[in-house]
Write a protein that binds this ligand. Structure first.
Ligand code: AMP
Ligand code: MG
Length: 183
């Protein structure tokens, strides 16, 4: 889990979803980007970023999605489209210069690639990706794969904020990384 870059750019996205197969994986779209910058030397959180995004394929959020994420129709209705949100997001993290894009599992990276293809914009993370779910299993010497809540539980850390909100998930993931690195 240790890195040579100055910062962990920890990203967690929420996306359109349904519990009745009406939104297949390839048609899911990001509706929230949550991200934090964790200094890899001091382990301090230096900055955080949050944006909702207006989806285009399934503009109306399902009841299931609203209840899972606690994101409202109004939140996404007034939000920018993906290309504009991405520009703003990039202008937030680019100045940190030396960072590694991280997320819990590969889902967030794949969802970013999918949304970039959908909107015909460039993928913003050319510098690779650190899968923290895998890194957590390696660091704890466990063969098991842990969800974010399972990892918090294993470390005896209480979840802060609301699970399945991008910004809160990103902050909780940062607390897991900090706990591992400072142990
Ligand atoms: P998470 O980062 O765990 O909050 O999940 C990211 C996205 O994955 C959510 O915004 C949903 O689109 C999808 N997702 C997560 N959990 C579920 C679930 N139990 N059923 C359907 N979709 C889910
Ligand atoms: Mg999440």
């Amino acid at each position: 889990m240790r890195i040579t870059q100055d910062y962990y750019l920890i990203v967690d996205v929420e996306a359109t979803c349904a519990n009745d197969n009406s939104i297949p994986r390839q048609r899911m779209e990001i509706i929230e980007i949550g991200a934090v910058i964790l200094n890899s030397k001091t382990l301090q959180l230096e900055s955080e970023y949050q944006s909702f995004i207006k989806p285009i394929l399934h503009p109306l959020l399902t009841e299931f999605c609203k209840s899972l994420t606690s994101i409202s129709q109004q939140d996404v209705e007034v939000a920018p489209l993906f290309p504009d949100a991405l520009k703003e997001f990039q202008s937030w993290f680019y100045p940190f210069g030396s960072y590694i894009f991280c997320s819990w599992g590969d889902y967030d990276r794949n969802q970013f690639k999918q949304d970039c293809t959908l909107h015909g914009v460039g993928y913003p993370f050319p510098g690779g990706h650190l899968n923290l779910k895998k890194a957590f299993s390696v660091a704890t010497g466990s063969k098991k794969k842990f969800g974010m809540t399972g990892a918090l539980e294993k470390l005896g850390i209480e979840l802060e904020g609301v699970h399945h909100r991008g910004i809160d998930d990103a902050k909780n993931i940062a607390r897991i990384v900090r706990a591992i690195l400072s142990s």
